[in-house]
Design a binder for this molecule. Structure first.
Ligand code: OGA
Ligand code: ZN
Ligand code: ZN
Length: 403
């Protein structure tokens, strides 16, 4: 047992030496009469044997026996291809025998083109980043009743949301259950400390900054949660007649990529400086103390932007980094905020609109507004998690492929 060390500097993975000969992948060559030949690592084929001992069809999953004592040096003794049946046969050095249909192999072919196809078509569509001036071009409208009644429309909405990070739904009734009905079409809503649906309207003395009539600068919702909600939906029930209450929206992945390109050192600082995010208080009877520590720009294992955290009111005054990291972070953040503002778009929703956007990627806000008894603004908000959205997209895609 050992205790994970909390490091002050970003962890640098050990430098990997060049692969030695014995580390080279041992590939099984599978000639395919109808298309390009395929090559599979031998150990991967052994791990993914489809026989009754190795695979359980009813759960579509691998059985664990092989891993009780995995022989990583397992080798192919003989392999052959039935060109008519289109099946690959393998006899293994551990005495096992396997068969793989070509249709199954083709789907999993390791060629760069096939891996790309799988990632785009099945895993997640590729995101297209945009700046404020592109907004009119990428802005697309979907109609509430169509989303409720038509699977093709539902799929187009979710696909657009995945690619561009924003989609506008129009003509929703001015009723309280619109976000619930939309969420149920996708799967289900995400509950947070503010409940399932929440009302954004001016409430003097409110305990959350968003519930004031003041300007709400660009932010992501709930950066203080490790599992923050993925998709934000804002349904306009009543809009302020004052000039304010205008929506602000920017693609923070676009901004991050600009910084990677133009200000690489500041980009590194925003990727590697953990920031403390906080929301401490109560909603109704529920008291909460939510804090999460993570950088503003979060990259995935391949270095792609995965999540942005940003909210001025919800950044903690604790900043648990060494003092020398503080000023560089402020310098980098000033650049980020300036660019996000410069590349933001502005528009004003009207009653019946549901603005939906990717809360891991976009920053959003609104200008301040006047709020009086006869001139109110009332927005209903709710969330759905990305896992639920992507799952629905894949199910809709598979259903369409079968018909
Ligand atoms: C929020 C928010 C936007 C708006 O409540 O977090 O972003 O238009 N509201 O009021
Ligand atoms: Zn097997
Ligand atoms: Zn918000």
């Amino acid at each position: 047992m050992f205790q994970a060390e909390r490091r002050d500097v970003a962890y640098q993975p050990p430098k990997l030496s060049a692969p030695k000969e014995q580390d080279q992948p041992r590939l099984v060559h599978v000639p395919d009469p109808d298309r390009e030949d395929m090559y599979f690592p031998d150990i991967w084929l052994r791990d993914n044997c489809l026989c009754k001992e190795c695979f359980l069809p009813q759960t579509l999953s691998r059985l664990p026996q092989l891993w009780n004592n995995l022989d990583t040096s397992v080798r192919v003794l003989r392999h052959s291809v039935d060109r008519d049946q289109k099946i690959l046969f393998i006899e293994w050095s551990d005495g096992h025998a396997s068969q793989y249909p070509f249709s199954w192999l083709r789907e999993r072919d390791f060629s760069p083109a096939n891996r790309q196809r799988y990632l785009r078509e099945c895993y997640r569509p590729e995101q297209i980043l945009w700046s404020g001036q592109d907004f009119e071009q990428i802005r697309q409208v979907f109609y509430y009743e169509e989303l409720i009644s038509c699977d093709a429309a539902l799929r187009q909405w979710l696909y657009h949301l995945a690619v561009y990070g924003v989609a506008m739904v129009k003509d929703a009734p001015l009723e309280m259950d619109v976000l619930r009905r939309l969420s149920n079409r996708v799967g289900f809503m995400r509950r947070t400390t503010y409940g399932e649906e929440f009302s954004v309207r001016a409430q003097p003395g409110a305990s959350n900054y968003a519930y004031l009539a003041a300007p709400l600068p660009l932010h992501t919702d709930m950066p203080y949660l490790e599992y923050l909600p993925g998709v934000t939906m804002l349904h306009t029930l009543e809009q302020s007649a004052s000039p304010g209450g205008v929506n602000l929206l920017a693609d923070a992945f676009y901004v991050a990529e600009m910084m990677r390109d133009r200000y690489p050192e500041q980009f590194r600082v925003l990727c590697q400086t953990p920031v403390d995010w906080a929301d401490i208080g109560s909603d109704g009877d529920l008291k909460f103390h939510n804090i999460w520590r993570a950088p503003v720009i979060n990259l995935d294992a391949e270095g792609q932007c995965m999540r942005i955290n940003h909210s001025i009111p919800q950044r903690d005054s604790h900043f648990s980094v060494p003092v020398e990291q503080v000023r560089p972070w402020y310098e980098a953040m000033a650049t980020f905020v300036g660019l996000a503002h410069e590349h933001s778009s502005r528009f004003k929703t009207t009653p019946g609109d549901v603005l939906t956007f990717n809360n891991l990627r976009l920053v959003h806000g609104r200008t301040g507004y006047d709020d009086t008894e006869h001139n109110v603004r009332h927005i209903l908000g709710a969330f759905i998690d990305w896992d639920i959205v992507y799952s629905r997209l894949r199910v809709l895609r598979n259903a369409r492929q079968l018909t």
